[in-house]
Write a protein that binds this ligand. Structure first.
Ligand code: COA
Length: 278
């Protein structure tokens, strides 16, 4: 992480993170914990979530980090239970990161209605459910929410209609909640990572990694710590007048669009000839 933040700026704060065992959200959590926060990370898988929590706790002496596995963000009641456990063990929730997401490359013809729904449910409904479950704590502590979005919906990106639609919804949700909840002191923002190296998303989505840098104005992929730095800024007092924004952290990549040139339009055309998957 960058050295611009003072130690203990988040002392006494607790962050609740869905998808906290994943690459980007884990680094976000580590950074907040390093800067003084305690954390509760949520995941679908039990063991990796509990393991990640133990590892994250090592970044600061006396840090408390709990991992609550077996939670599907599509189920608001499961999230509510995780919130109860977090408050019981860590005392409160100040910050929320809605980071759980699902993604894969699929063209429209091979994307079933259920596949589309799965991603929209995890990304969009899951974000709604997370804020819903945390709302009492956010209201009590004048908390702050960060949605993990993307830049996929700024332009039409083939093979990503499901995620683009879901993340457009996430941005809309963030903006609406910023306006609705601002009067009670709750800030809501979104961060939109671009091509971030060594992440599950990058590995899933980029078919030709060596070719990517030249399509990024800053001429390189980003790092998870660069996402974490902006996360720390948004939760910090330095951003206390910032709400209802979406901040792309992508080296300027969205201006040029995603490098789909390797398989557009030829690969797409062949996919569209198959029998539609319902
Ligand atoms: N191409 C097309 N369809 C796919 C697919 C792919 N690569 N992977 C999954 N699907 C479809 C499935 O076939 C299924 O649709 P169907 O019932 O019509 O066949 C639908 O998606 C749901 O899959 P399922 O595995 O039952 O759902 P799930 O809720 O267990 O998994 C996913 C959710 C699909 C998003 C899964 O990829 C996942 O769990 N991802 C989590 C991690 C992740 O994606 N991280 C990315 C961060 S950027």
């Amino acid at each position: 992480m960058s050295q611009v933040f003072k130690d203990n700026i988040f002392s006494g704060k607790v962050v609740f993170v869905t998808g906290g065992a994943g690459t980007i959200c884990r680094k976000q959590t580590e950074t907040l914990v390093k800067l003084g926060a305690n954390a509760c990370i949520i995941g679908r898988r039990v063991e990796p979530t509990e393991e990640a929590a133990k590892e994250i706790a090592k970044v600061r002496e006396n840090a408390k980090v709990i991992g609550v596995g077996g939670i599907d963000v599509r189920q608001v009641n499961q999230l509510a239970k995780a919130v109860d456990q977090c408050v019981k063990e860590l005392g409160r929730i100040d910050f929320v990161i809605c980071g759980a997401a699902g993604n894969f490359l699929a063209d429209f013809n091979h994307l079933s209605a259920n596949a589309f729904k799965s991603v929209v449910d995890i990304d969009l409904l899951g974000s709604f459910n997370t804020v819903k479950a945390c709302f009492e704590q956010l209201r009590l502590n004048k908390g702050c929410v960060l949605f993990v979005s993307a830049t996929l919906h700024y332009q039409g990106v083939p093979f990503q209609s499901h995620v683009g639609a879901a993340k457009a919804g996430v941005d809309a949700l963030s903006n609406a909640l910023a306006v609705e909840l601002g009067p009670i002191g709750i800030r809501c923002n979104a961060i939109a990572p671009g091509a971030i190296d060594n992440t599950e998303g990058f590995n899933r989505l980029v078919t030709n990694p060596s070719n990517v840098d030249k399509y990024i104005p800053l001429q390189r992929k980003g790092s998870t710590s660069e996402i974490a730095d902006v996360t720390a800024f948004l939760f910090s007092d330095a951003a206390k007048y910032v709400t209802g924004t979406v901040i792309p952290v992508d080296g300027g990549m969205w201006h040029l669009g995603f490098p789909m040139r390797d398989f557009y339009p030829e690969k797409l055309a062949s996919q569209l000839r198959d029998k539609p998957k319902l």
